[in-house]
Design a protein around this ligand. Structure first.
Ligand SMILES: NC(=O)c1ccc[n+]([C@@H]2O[C@H](COP(=O)([O-])OP(=O)(O)OC[C@H]3O[C@@H](n4cnc5c(N)ncnc54)[C@H](OP(=O)(O)O)[C@@H]3O)[C@@H](O)[C@H]2O)c1
Length: 356
């Protein structure tokens, strides 16, 4: 079979959003995925390059599609890759509709949902946090939620990406819990860039508000905390209590998380770094070192960087990722590579720019 024939038609939902743009950027550099359609509710028929000027060189002619056109693609292609970067509350019903179309046509798309809609195993748990009924409760058993580093093989056909803060927190916390190093009270400080809030301008993302400033929001009450707790339990077997204070940072891309906990027995920082390095020895996107990681080490890339400090009694794990890439589009693509039996790193190995 020629390389051209081997390319897998790829569909993106959530068209003009920031995560959808990052998905398009990554798909353009992927050796086997090929963009077949990108759904926009608000701009069907408009050029993709109008919403994403930086993508004009790789998508000069591509236009946003309507839902009817996307449904035709799902029915037409025996196998396809579907990424949803639609908002929570909308994503589940959209995915349900496309999977229903696929079932009727006898096609078998694989889905990675980047929204929160399939992160819980029950509709009651979802409704308790998001305060509305789940859009497709019968589909929940078809999705698993985990960062790829913590689940060797998915047993479901589709995946729910755990999200950006969750990725950074889980990469730092799960080794502490699974290796039995700490008491299960984890204190987490996270700082996110402004793209974490999406494309629509708000007070919190407006440049004069955000630039040169730093402030906490939803302290100890962030809605993603229960998702982190559930994912950490599934990945480590330990029911931990997460005390999370998120902050808005004065940069566009990236997340910096610090997780602190009490050590069961005194441990030197060098030993903890070695334990983390061993834990992630087979995880191509996770790098653990002695130096405190910086957001510029990972911005724009699919890599995570971690470091561990200790005073003998307590431990601090620093974890940085790019929210749009490893924390959304890149993490989703890593999962899709696995679902399609492609090399896990396909299309994802470009390093960070270093200076953004
Ligand atoms: N930003 C991040 O760092 C990040 C990280 C992890 C996860 N996520 C999740 O990824 C998803 C996308 O985030 P984002 O930051 O890209 O958001 P965004 O910039 O606000 O974009 C979301 C896009 O979804 C589309 N949309 C809006 N309402 C819709 C509806 N009712 N039905 C279908 N589509 C609708 C819109 O595009 P059209 O009008 O073109 O359809 C919109 O531009 C969200 O679920 C978010 O929670 C985001």
């Amino acid at each position: 079979m020629s390389a051209a024939l081997a390319r897998i038609p790829t569909i993106v939902l959530g068209g003009t959003g920031y995560v959808a743009g990052e998905l398009l950027r990554l798909i353009a550099g992927h050796p086997q995925l090929e963009l077949a359609g990108i759904l926009s509710d608000s701009q069907p028929g408009e050029p993709v390059a109008k919403a994403f000027a930086h993508l004009a060189p790789v998508y000069p002619q591509t236009k946003f599609s309507s839902q009817a056109e996307i449904e035709q693609l799902v029915a037409l292609h025996p196998q396809s890759a579907i990424f949803s970067a639609a908002p929570h509350g909308a994503s589940a019903a959209l995915i349900d509709r496309l999977l229903t179309v696929a079932e009727a046509a006898g096609t078998t798309p694989r889905v990675v949902d980047i929204s929160a809609d399939f992160r819980y195993s029950t509709d009651a748990a979802y409704a308790a946090v998001y305060k509305h009924a789940h859009g497709a409760p019968a589909r929940l058993p078809q999705f698993s939620c985990a960062v790829p580093e913590h689940l060797a093989q998915a047993t479901t056909p589709h995946i729910a990406h755990p999200g950006c803060f969750a990725t950074a927190i889980l990469l730092a916390s799960v080794p502490l819990l699974k290796l039995g190093l700490v008491s299960p009270q984890l204190f987490v400080t996270g700082i996110t860039g402004s793209t974490g809030s999406g494309r629509k301008p708000t007070d919190g993302t407006h440049h004069p508000q955000r630039h040169s400033d730093l402030y906490a929001y939803n302290a100890l009450a962030h809605r993603h905390t229960p998702e982190v707790t559930a994912c950490a339990l599934a990945a480590s077997g330990v029911a931990a209590d997460f005390h999370f204070v998120p902050h808005s940072g004065p940069f566009a891309r990236g997340i910096h998380v610090t997780v602190q906990a009490q050590l069961h027995t005194p441990q030197a920082a060098a030993d903890l770094v070695a334990a983390f390095q061993q834990f992630y020895a087979h995880s191509p996107f996770v790098h653990v070192g002695a130096q405190a990681p910086r957001i510029k080490d990972v911005a724009g890339s699919a890599y995570a960087r971690l470091s561990v400090a200790s005073n003998g009694r307590s431990v601090a794990v620093m974890s940085v990722i790019d929210n749009l890439n490893k924390g959304a589009a890149g993490g989703a693509l890593q999962w899709m590579n696995r679902l399609l039996d492609l090399p896990e790193t396909s299309g994802l190995t470009a390093p960070a720019a270093g200076w953004t």
